[in-house]
Ligand binder design. Structure first.
Ligand code: SAM
Length: 277
């Protein structure tokens, strides 16, 4: 295929067969099941998915690849090409339940993950090639530099597993960094129990704003409109002090040392305080 590859679009095509096979094995394709592939590229993974019996809904943004992929659509009854940007697609128009199997374009991988991991009913399993660093962030335990809001955001709904580190040489052209195959499996229940998910994630987001600052200093900037008159924590630091104390958390700790249960305790304490007012 005479196509000029565009690194700006993350066009590092996977050519090493054993990694393509590993992705197919991990996806455990059942004939005639729906699969979403983001970033079809030259179709190497797509063909493997189709040969395993999947019905593939493949998104590709690059106009230059479309004519060849349209020919592939004629060749395979089970292939449905979607020409567009994965960040703009209306996923509600796709089948209600499908596996997401993709070698993600790295420049938008975190944005795609943030968006699609909210849809666990639609995507109960994801098998993805991502930049190794992203894979390590998804699987990180509290206490390290990789652990952060993306870990907690995805971890709330999915169990993440880093299955395989993949070297640059497996791709054409090779990227500058290692990659990783990861599996995200939807949890039956969210990782932690909170009444208001939005509040839980706002606390996490605020906690990680400046990684070197303490939890107390980061959370001061959080607008807790749930608490009405004391919502502005920077002018009511005693409210924040009290909140962290009730949750049994030292205000001098950094967000990266807190696990999901501890963030959830803070969120539940805000909720109960709001209820008591
Ligand atoms: N699936 C192929 C493979 O495994 O060899 C190609 C993977 S390549 C890493 C990523 C593909 O995603 C490229 O073909 C690129 O053009 C496409 N892409 C980049 N940004 C995209 C976006 N926002 N929406 C849809 N496709 C995108």
């Amino acid at each position: 295929m005479a196509h000029r590859r565009r690194p700006k679009l993350g066009q590092h095509f996977l050519h090493e067969k054993r990694y393509l096979s590993q992705i197919i094995d991990l996806a455990d394709i059942v004939p005639d099941e729906n699969v979403l592939e983001i970033g079809v590229g030259e179709g190497a993974l797509t063909r493997r998915l189709l040969d395993a019996g999947a019905i593939v809904h493949g998104i590709e943004i690059d106009d230059a690849l479309i004519p060849t992929l349209q020919k592939m659509e004629d060749e395979y009854e089970g292939f449905h090409l979607i020409h567009g940007d994965a960040l703009e697609i209306d996923y509600a128009a796709l089948p209600k339940k499908m596996k997401l199997v993709a070698n993600l374009p790295y420049q938008v991988a975190s944005a795609i993950l943030s968006q699609l991991t909210e849809k666990i009913e639609q995507f109960p399993l994801m098998v993805l090639m991502v930049q190794r660093e992203v894979g390590e962030r998804l699987c990180a335990a509290p206490g390290g530099k990789d652990y952060g809001s993306l870990t907690l955001w995805v971890g709330y709904r999915y169990k993440a597993r880093l299955c395989q580190v993949v070297p640059p040489g497996a791709f054409q052209p090779p990227p500058k960094v290692d990659s990783a195959i990861i599996c995200l499996e939807a949890r039956e229940e969210p990782q932690v129990k909170v009444g208001d998910e939005n509040l839980y994630f706002r606390i996490i987001q605020a906690g990680f704003t400046h990684r070197r600052k303490t939890l107390f200093n980061n959370l001061k900037a959080l607008n807790l409109y749930e608490l009405k008159d004391t919502k502005n924590l920077s002018s009511n630091p005693e409210v924040l002090q009290d909140l962290l104390q009730r949750a049994g958390i030292d205000p001098g700790r950094r967000a990266e040392t807190l696990d999901a249960y501890e963030f959830a305790r803070i969120a539940r304490d805000v909720e109960s305080l709001a209820g008591n007012k």
